[in-house]
Design a protein around this ligand. Structure first.
Ligand code: ADP
Length: 410
């Protein structure tokens, strides 16, 4: 089946056309027929990048007023005689949409109908910067590809299996019942993909292991996965909680917020901006939010850059310990995301001195990953440490097919 995967942001649409079916899924052999992105929607000049199997990559500059035109342009390229990979839009059998927030309503991916749409709209109050754009993309694509099912795949759904003691904050209970204040967390599709993939590399299923996944990109989160289910995860009501990130501070004493308001006269918007956009690796180092630049600065002896990297890795190491305790052990630790996949020194530091927990990196394996999925731990240790290249689009494609063929996927 050909699945069009769409990830719509405020001014962008990322897309992939993926061929998959139950047999290809079982073998993990899905084919990406075409992919690309439209950026700067609504600006005077938009930008479209497109690549397809056996076709020259394209980069087109043209105004793209709305998501509707972006999707029409994508479809015209996919069906174009010179650049396309399908003869007509009718070959697309299902459309999968990334939806950021599914609240408590959605524990799995689902075919979108009017009732589902209304519920997703209700969740927008929890993700005002994301859900409205995801919905806009859905509505635009439904106009053009109206004859096939559209499936919503939520970042939050995988973590809906957390027990109450893991997701509830110790605030007055009404904050939860009346305002939905609890931990939801994000990156669920990535944590699910990499845990499945690592288990597959061992010829097993993710249900067979206690797994700690570390998604380290611009946004960073970790998950504890036991019996195949997410039982704890580091992000919270919003993506600000947990690990140190490019520009986000992650865990801090909540009273720091009150202190800043009191001491500096900051308003909530300013504090929010400071913690979301000016903190993390950027805030501590004063150099960059980009790990590549930070590692270079460390090599040149920049002390603040070194401190930023140290805090980043130390926080991850603490969470590894915490999640092993939460699950009563750990069998697999998995690194993914731009940093997790590409920065051996970060992986090494996160696992330093954990031999007492049977976690030890093999330096040669760690330094030779180079674009592959690989095991990087010392073979003598019980815990296997993996690098797995995440692929959220393939999860969206798989879920879309499963929703169509047999109802809700796991
Ligand atoms: P996003 O969360 O936006 O999807 P990515 O998963 O692409 O982000 O990760 C971006 C991060 O990955 C950046 O901090 C970037 O510096 C880092 N990164 C990418 N390549 C490397 C590399 N070769 N070495 C170290 N860090 C890298």
């Amino acid at each position: 089946m050909k699945v069009l995967v769409l990830n719509c942001g405020s001014s962008s649409v990322k897309f992939q056309l993926i061929e998959t079916d139950p047999e290809l899924m079982e073998k993990g052999e899905e084919k990406v027929l075409a992919k690309g992105l439209v950026e700067r929607i609504g600006e005077p000049m938009g930008n479209l990048k497109y690549s397809a199997t056996c076709r020259e990559p394209l980069s087109i500059q043209a105004p793209v007023p709305r998501h509707q035109e972006a999707i029409e342009k994508i479809l015209s390229l996919l069906t174009d005689a010179e650049h396309g990979v399908v003869k007509s839009v009718d070959e697309i059998e299902v459309v999968g949409h990334r939806m950021v927030h599914g609240g408590e309503e959605f524990k799995a991916s689902v075919i979108i109908d009017e009732e589902v749409l209304a519920q997703i709209e209700k969740c927008s109050r929890l993700a005002p910067l994301h859900n409205p754009h995801n919905i806009r993309g859905y509505l635009a694509s439904r106009e053009t590809i109206s004859a096939v099912p559209h499936v919503a795949v939520f970042d939050t759904a995988f973590h809906q299996s957390m027990p109450k003691y893991a997701y509830l904050y110790a605030l007055p209970y009404e904050m939860y019942t009346e305002h939905g204040i609890r931990r939801y967390s994000f990156h669920g599709t990535s944590h699910r993909y990499v845990s499945n993939q690592a288990a597959r590399m061992l010829g097993k299923k993710r249900w067979d292991f206690k797994i700690i996944t570390c998604h380290l990109g611009n946004g960073c989160s970790m998950a504890a996965i036991s019996n195949g289910k997410s039982v704890d995860t580091s992000m919270g009501l919003t993506p600000l909680e947990g690990l140190v990130m490019g520009t986000r501070c992650g865990d801090i004493d909540p009273a720091v917020v009150l202190y800043m308001i009191d001491l500096e006269g900051y308003n909530p918007e300013k504090v929010g901006g400071l913690m979301n956009k000016k903190s993390g690796l950027l805030g501590v180092s004063g150099v960059s939010n980009d790990m590549r630049e930070l590692l270079q600065a460390c090599e040149q002896g920049n002390e603040r850059a070194q401190t930023a990297v140290d805090i980043f890795c130390y926080r991850i190491k603490k969470y590894i310990g915490a999640y092993a305790a939460a699950m009563g052990g750990v069998d697999l630790v998995i690194f993914t995301g731009g940093i997790g996949e590409n920065a051996p020194i970060v992986r090494k530091k996160c696992c330093e001195d954990l031999a007492f927990m049977n976690i030890e990196i093999d330096d040669q394996a760690n330094n030779n990953v180079k674009g592959r999925d690989a095991i990087i731990s010392n073979a003598d240790r019980h815990v296997k440490v993996f690098v797995v290249h995440t692929n959220e689009e393939v999860v969206i494609a798989r879920d879309s097919v499963q929703c169509v063929l047999q109802g809700a996927p796991e």
